[in-house]
Design a protein around this ligand. Structure first.
Ligand SMILES: O=P(O)(O)OC[C@H]1O[C@](O)(COP(=O)(O)O)[C@@H](O)[C@@H]1O
Ligand SMILES: [Mg+2]
Ligand SMILES: [Mg+2]
Length: 344
């Protein structure tokens, strides 16, 4: 760690001082996430050495195989948040329903958290980067009462903070409270997250497109046209673009945020609502992307304006450099929108 580098803890306190009336409870909550991230990071780093990789032999409510580390990460983040008392309930990819924290201090908590405790977990066994995604809202139910489903079904625009942890070649925590996006790299020698990427901004244009092209035949016509656009020879416009797809949303997003690019997970003929989950995958990433100067869409309109109706709701997702998302949206409108001439 360089001597003048700020730690995440120092940065959070400094930001809190900008709001003299703030109670500090959001800072406490971010502190809980920071702690759980370190614990999960330690365990992920041991994958392959101890019996922690592989399937847990059970499925989550969405019919996906749960990995042992999915359950471990879910338990650690949940426990860290319950222990601090700022959070009155959480919803997670790994829980069928939301979880209400019922001790008196938690019932008085102002916040709810939605999370994907381990994103890209099928990549763990092959040593590819995975992540944690989190999304924070103020509750809408009265403080002191038990949390309700309505607390979790708020549009993404109402998020007060969101972020992710990437467990990669180094471990980073990236978050925003609505005042820019800031990235902190874990210094493993001292176990401290240090401010390494202040006020991250995505380039308006990029040269990377990220999509699972194995599903090409099942994509909407607008997406097929956009892929062809990316592949066309147009050197004066920087095309053909480069294709990069890891299959871990956090990793694909992080790379595109730093370099400029677009990530697309559209609806397909076999998944007509899309694959990614609105509340704990797309909304937090959309919040970060807008804060970084980029754009997030379902192909037609803003992700953050969708009014959710279910906890595990899915959506199509187009996220990245503004000009790239605009072009993809235009092709969706022309070839896959309600007035499109060519519909699948
Ligand atoms: O394998 P596919 O269909 O391309 O899907 C990849 C996507 O699925 C995910 O792995 C889903 O996340 P989980 O591992 O949290 O279920 C994303 O991280 C990734 O972007
Ligand atoms: Mg995920
Ligand atoms: Mg997951």
């Amino acid at each position: 760690m360089a001597e003048n580098m700020k730690t995440l803890g120092e940065f959070i306190v400094e930001k809190q001082l900008d709001f003299p009336d703030a109670s500090g409870s959001l800072s406490q909550l971010l502190g809980a996430i920071r702690l759980a991230a370190k614990v999960v990071n330690r365990e992920i780093n041991k994958a392959g050495l101890v019996d922690i990789i592989g399937s847990a032999g059970q499925e989550n409510v969405q019919g996906e195989q749960q990995q042992k580390l999915d359950i471990y990460a879910n338990d650690k983040f949940k426990a860290a948040m319950e222990a601090r008392g700022e959070v009155c309930g959480v919803a997670s990819e790994e829980e069928d329903d939301f979880v209400a924290f019922n001790n008196t201090q938690s019932k008085n908590g102002k916040y709810i958290v939605l999370m994907d405790p381990l994103d890209g977990s099928s990549n763990i066994d092959v040593n590819v980067s995975v992540g944690t995604i989190f999304s924070i809202y103020k509750r809408v139910s009265p403080v002191g009462s038990e949390v309700t489903e309505a607390d979790f079904l708020q549009p993404g625009r109402k998020q007060i903070a969101a972020g992710y942890v990437i467990y990669g070649s180094s471990t980073m925590l990236v978050y925003s409270t609505g005042n820019g996006v800031h990235g902190f790299t874990l210094d493993p020698s001292i176990g401290v997250f240090c401010l390494s990427h202040q006020d991250m901004k995505i380039p308006t244009d990029g040269k990377i497109y990220s999509i699972n092209e194995g599903n090409y035949i099942k994509f909407p016509e607008g997406v097929k046209r956009y892929i062809k656009f990316c592949q066309q020879e147009a050197p004066e416009q920087g095309r053909p673009y480069t294709s990069r797809y890891i299959g871990s949303l956090v990793s694909d997003f992080h790379r595109n945020l730093l370099k400029g690019g677009i990530f697309i997970y559209p609806t397909t003929a076999s998944a007509p609502k899309g694959k990614l989950r609105l509340l704990y995958e797309c909304n937090p990433m959309a919040f970060l992307m807008e804060q970084a100067g980029g754009k997030a869409s379902d192909g037609f309109s803003s992700i953050l304006d969708i009014k959710p109706s279910e906890l595990h709701q899915r959506t199509s997702f187009f996220v990245g450099s503004t000009n790239m998302v605009n072009t993809a949206e235009a092709m969706m409108a022309d070839f896959s929108g309600p007035d499109a001439e060519t519909n699948l």
